[in-house]
Design a protein around this ligand. Structure first.
Ligand code: RB5
Length: 147
């Protein structure tokens, strides 16, 4: 069964989302497109909460969000317990967000990445595992304040 990957963007990420949907299908995933469905102006928190809520509830193991800077999506997504949403602007940051931080949502800053760079970030993030070890206690400590 292909992994179902929830993915959403606001208007600033709409065009890039289309490119990522194509790529995810080529890679053998089943992307779940939660919008937005046009380039009309819209509100990023609605999409961040939809994807992050699915990860929080265990309905998906990981997800993808796209907005202009990545920042607004990250503020909203990271309000959800158990969600570690990482803004990645390079493949190296994407790799480290998985190896060190066990990120379960990838956020792409569409206004600061061309398509080729975004695909490199996507490929790396999807293919990289959490290192565990010394990083496991650090990741667990992220939630200490709300435990
Ligand atoms: C939309 O103009 C922009 O504010 C949004 O995409 C994002 O960058 C917010 O953090």
């Amino acid at each position: 069964m292909p992994e179902v990957l929830p993915i959403a963007s606001d208007h600033a990420g709409f065009a890039l989302k289309g490119r990522l949907l194509d790529e995810l299908r080529v890679l053998g995933f089943a992307p779940l497109d939660l919008g937005t469905h046009s380039a009309a102006s819209t509100d990023y928190p609605d999409y961040a909460h939809d994807v992050a809520g699915r990860v929080e509830r265990g309905e998906a193991a990981r997800g993808i969000l796209i907005c202009g800077t990545g920042l607004g999506m990250s503020y909203a997504a990271n309000r959800h317990p158990g969600v570690r949403a990482a803004v990645a602007w390079s493949a190296e940051v994407a790799r480290l967000s998985r190896q060190h931080n066990d990120a379960n949502i990838l956020i792409l800053p569409a206004r600061f990445l061309d398509d080729e760079a975004a695909l490199g970030v996507l490929h790396t993030w999807l293919a990289t595992s959490f290192d565990g070890g010394r990083h496991a206690a650090r990741v667990a400590a992220i939630d200490a304040v709300i435990a």
